[in-house]
Write a protein that binds this ligand. Structure first.
Ligand code: MN
Length: 423
């Protein structure tokens, strides 16, 4: 399957016609953000295509007239399938109405590099899980020792906490170093100031498309069908704030200052060819968490760190989403099983995706083992935690049927902590 848009057929493009990720863009001419689909080096304005009648979600109202994907997401799986098929036909030329009408190219097709990308959807609520077994074992080993690394519930429950939707930001947004309380090692009383142990977490974000009813649980299969797509997600973490605050209710300020996502939502449909099973279960799960089929995806992931003032980035982590122990569908089913109503635009963080090898660790906490084994970058500098000016970039891609299904980068640069007010 090829496209008449040549750049979509270039080897190595993250956005071939098999991908068709959705986002929200603006340009110097069209400053009000609009819904878009990415194809090679091009983006297409979905609101314009919908207005011309070239795509139609068959909802009772247009779904691409706003500045977020939420209306389209809420239209549900049948609408997602219909629009994806219509876009595929338009861009392969099976439906020639766009290809052959060159007057329409100017009004709907733009150069991706000239676009500004915005938050692709309004985040309703954000939940972060802790479903990476190697990450949980590594962190547990540091805190409790290797023999008690996994908490007793871990192999039975996808552990999570309710995070902040208000601070989910799109790739490229600066991340301001948080202020907060910490207790230095050996000290009795806490101190206040900028976090000194700022970290990233490599995660995948699942985007919930359709809601479920309050009070009604979901099966894993129903949950899987509700997921609109996936983004890369960096769950920035202040480890020193976290260590002091996290008992007994889990992370609070340590995670509330920023969560970055990649700007293009890769549709779940584009990832169908790379579905894989979750890792073998060490103990059987309760029936409500059992998967009826493969629910995870084979997605390669990398983290690059460019130190402040450095002229190049070092790849410090290479891992794969298939290391996650609980799929997003299992996490969503667990989330709803108590009767919790999930909403259009809910975002579920997978948990840090670490693999068994050292270079597969998805956080600096693990890569530098709590600061005891600093990482040496290609520029010769060392890092245990992030410094002001450092740039962290997550990338991800799957090998689909028609080449690479890419995510587009998720990047963030650390900005200095704000000046303290006169308390
Ligand atoms: Mn996390």
């Amino acid at each position: 399957m090829t496209s008449w848009i040549d750049s979509a057929n270039a080897p190595g493009t993250p956005f071939p016609v098999h991908n068709l990720p959705y986002g929200v863009c603006s340009s110097a001419v069209e400053v009000k953000p609009w819904c878009a689909v990415a194809l090679g080096d091009t983006v297409a304005n979905l609101g314009v295509l919908e207005g011309w009648g070239l795509i139609n979600a068959e909802a009772d109202h247009p779904v691409f007239t706003g500045s977020s994907l939420n209306a389209f997401m809420a239209a549900g799986p049948a609408a997602w399938r219909r629009v994806r098929a219509q876009l595929t036909d338009l861009f392969t030329g099976d439906d020639p109405r766009l290809r052959d009408d060159t007057r329409r190219h100017n009004g709907s097709l733009l150069t991706r590099a000239a676009m500004r990308t915005h938050m692709p959807f309004e985040v309703a609520e954000y939940t972060d899980f802790y479903a990476g077994r190697h990450h949980a074992c590594n962190v547990g080993s540091m805190v409790r020792g290797p023999e008690n690394a996994l908490p007793p519930n871990w192999l039975h429950i996808p552990i999570g906490y309710n995070g902040r939707a208000s601070t989910v930001v799109v790739s490229g947004t600066p991340v301001v170093r948080p202020l907060g309380q910490t207790r230095p090692p050996g000290a009795e009383a806490p101190v206040f100031g900028p976090s000194r142990r700022l970290d990233f977490e490599l995660e995948l974000g699942a985007v919930v498309g359709v809601p479920n009813r309050l009070g009604r649980p979901l099966t894993v299969a129903e949950a899987d069908a509700m997921i609109f797509g996936y983004v890369l997600l960096n769950d920035w973490s202040a480890r020193d704030l976290q260590a002091w605050e996290y008992q007994p209710l889990g992370p609070f300020q340590a995670k509330a200052f920023a969560t970055s996502i990649s700007p293009w939502v890769v549709p779940a449909a584009a990832l169908e060819p790379v579905r894989v099973s979750t890792p073998p279960r060490e103990v059987p799960l309760l029936p409500y968490l059992r998967e009826p089929g493969p629910m995870l995806y084979d997605i390669q992931l990398e983290v690059d760190l460019q130190p402040a003032g450095g002229d190049r980035a070092t790849t410090i982590c290479r891992t794969n989403y298939r290391e996650i122990y609980y799929s997003a569908a299992q996490q969503l089913a667990h989330h709803a099983v108590c009767g919790c109503a999930m909403r259009t635009g809910d975002l579920l963080g997978s948990g840090t995706i670490s693999g068994p090898e050292w270079h597969q660790r998805g956080s600096l906490l693990e890569l530098a083992w709590g600061g005891t084994q600093p990482l040496t970058l290609e520029t010769g500098e060392t890092r245990s935690f992030l410094e002001d000016g450092d740039i962290v970039t997550l990338t991800g891609w799957a090998h689909g049927d028609g080449g690479r299904i890419g995510f587009g980068p998720c990047t963030g640069q650390i900005a200095p902590a704000p000046a303290e007010p006169a308390w």
